[in-house]
Design a binder for this molecule. Sequence first.
Ligand SMILES: Nc1ncnc2c1ncn2[C@@H]1O[C@H](COP(=O)(O)OP(=O)(O)OP(=O)(O)O)[C@@H](O)[C@H]1O
Length: 346
Amino acid sequence: MRAGSEPGPPAPQSRTATGDRAALAPAVAAVRLAVRRALTGLAGDGPVLVACSGGADSLALAAATAFVAPRLGRRAGLVTVDHGLQPGSAQRAERVARWGREIGLDPVEVVPVTVAGRPGGPEAAAREARYDALLAAARRHSAAGLLLGHTRDDQAETVLLALARGAGPRGLAGMPPRRERDGVPLLRPLLDVPRDDTREACAALGLTPWEDPHNADPAYARSRVRADVLPALVRALGPGVVGNLARTARLLAADNAALDDVAAAGLSATRAAEGGLSVDGLAALPAAVRTRVLHAWARELGASPAALSHRHVAALDALVTDWHGQGAVHLPGGLLVRRHAGRLTT
Ligand SMILES: Nc1ncnc2c1ncn2[C@@H]1O[C@H](COP(=O)(O)OP(=O)(O)OP(=O)(O)O)[C@@H](O)[C@H]1O
């Protein structure tokens, strides 16, 4: 989590934070190109909103968006969330907002959130509060997209963390460059941009990013991956590792999309006329499709995706493939699924 910034004075060589001479820096050009690709062909007339913490990634993203969006005939704004968790966070958020207005972003908003009282650990609670606030701001402004600053390095870390917890293809596909959440298109234009480029772009533009102490805190698995694991892999296997991990995510995302389509058709085909799903129909499907059908069905029944685990799906699958008269399967949300008369039913 990053929650504020202190954009510094313009560097001597740059006239403004988005000025022409700064465009000579290759990193600035790389970030702008990535933003241009993400915004080209974007549907809707509303502004795009950059979610900006003041960290290097979202600062470089905001600067590039302020430059690119008007050239594509699109308004661009900025939202910064004040989690209120660290002393001075409100002032930091105000500085980010002031900088955003100075470089021509409009609308610009600081949104304070209350993290306490939300379920989960402090990081998860802050993330939930942040996304709620960002999505609400995007809806308020009828935004065509909410832009997040995740980089290629974030993607590589996500893939490694997924591998380490034994995730399936869905987890290994990492973060999508684009997806709809609560009616708002979330865009991650920098997923192919190395983190070093966002830092270099900030330096070239004379911006001083805020360094979130959480990002270096070894209490968090992601921080340890960032500080120790990825650098060790790069030392052992070469600098291509980061890009390769991100490519694995892209490849798996494409496979997932195709398999999800097949599973949607499989779900329709296995629905029983009396309700529930036909066991024979499910048994005839390849395992990779069947487990997706069961996952999609469980969600349809009301199991929350966050709480639905590999274990739940495996237990549903066992009702089909390892039937020995076992009892009902408990799904999150108090749902019970049992096998009866050749069908899975609630
Ligand atoms: N305080 C904030 N205000 C606005 N946007 C933010 C804030 N913090 C993070 N973001 C946005 O989220 C992006 C990812 O930030 P970060 O990696 O710190 O979050 P995270 O906790 O890993 O979130 P995620 O669940 O998206 O992985 C940033 O690049 C930025 O676009």
